[in-house]
Design a binder for this molecule. Structure first.
Ligand code: PDD
Length: 290
């Protein structure tokens, strides 16, 4: 079955789906995006994702291309046409529009919406518990990674370094030696005294939706937690470490730059958080995961 993309109001097989060579997303990375997980055909954390989309659009001054209700209907239609009954993910991108190349905003350009979706295998809990390796890399991004912009070249380059080092992700390190986040995920540690730590969602990181749901689950279960920056050294000495994202859920980090973390597999708190998140995804609300 051919995959179907939504392009500017039309549903098209991928081989016929395309945008103009003068789309500003293509020429200037002048656009924003979201990735939303699908579980049992349902969009996970749909409202927080759309709230973040709203913040990204406002930050780069792109108007909503359609009403929120219309966008939700179109997302459902993309899921239906791609027959995603189980697990999957939807990618949604909005660029400023099509116009002759000129840096300043074009007068009267109409935002272009593109959506694609794909089925994914069921989440592999055992693999998430076995964990992954990460490397560290300098954070070379612009000063607004809180905006989910399609401009991802520094993320792409750091992720490629990770892949070439046999690692799953690169944890980005700021000028003060502190970890900001991964190239496509948020970073967490559990300190020697058992506290859960993740960086505060200020302008230095993307406020991950998975991160937000996990914080609510952890708080609801009475887990002590702190939102503060932590250094690469602290992460290497941590009792546990893990990462979160829409498609990775909660994945144990068992090696950082080749150094083993904890016992080299998911620690007890990481396992509990993963279990809570898994039932949350099944149940649908942070309260149901409690
Ligand atoms: N990445 N930090 C960055 C830089 C990200 O790109 C992502 C998501 C996250 C985690 O956010 P969330 O929990 O909302 O997925 C953190 C998506 C999945 C991507 O680019 O594919």
């Amino acid at each position: 079955m051919s995959r179907i993309a939504y392009v500017d109001g039309r549903y098209l097989p991928h081989r016929h789906a395309g945008v103009s060579v003068e789309d500003r997303g293509y020429q200037f990375a002048d656009g924003v995006y979201e990735v939303i997980a699908v579980a049992c055909g349902r969009l996970v954390d749909e409202e927080p994702h759309l709230d973040r989309l709203d913040r990204s659009l406002a930050a780069v001054r792109i108007p909503w291309p359609m009403s929120r209700a219309a966008l939700k209907l179109a997302m459902r239609e993309v899921i239906r046409r791609n027959r995603i009954g189980g697990f999957g993910a939807i990618y949604l991108q909005i660029t400023r529009g099509v116009a002759p190349r000129n840096h300043a905003f074009p007068a009267g350009a109409k935002p272009v919406v593109v959506m694609t979706a794909r089925s994914l295998p069921s989440f592999d809990l055992a693999a998430a518990r076995r964990g992954v390796a990460v490397i560290s890399a300098p954070d070379e991004r612009w000063h607004r990674p809180d905006i989910k912009s399609v401009s991802l070249l520094p993320n792409v380059l750091a992720k490629q370094r990770a892949v070439e080092a046999g690692a799953y992700e690169a944890w980005l390190v700021d000028d003060d030696g502190r970890i900001t986040e991964g190239t496509a995920s948020n970073a967490w540690i559990v300190t020697a005294d058992g506290a859960l730590v993740t960086r505060c969602a200020d302008r230095s990181i993307l406020a991950g939706i998975t991160r937000g749901s996990l914080l609510r689950l952890a708080t609801g279960h009475g887990t002590p937690l702190t939102e503060r920056p932590f250094s690469l050294d602290e992460a290497k000495q941590a009792r546990e470490a893990f990462l979160t994202s829409t498609t990775s859920w909660v994945k144990a980090v068992v090696r950082i730059d080749g150094q083993t973390i904890g016992d080299g597999c998911a620690g007890p708190l990481t396992r509990r958080l993963l279990d809570w998140y898994a039932s949350y995804v099944d149940g649908g609300s942070a309260e149901e995961g409690l």
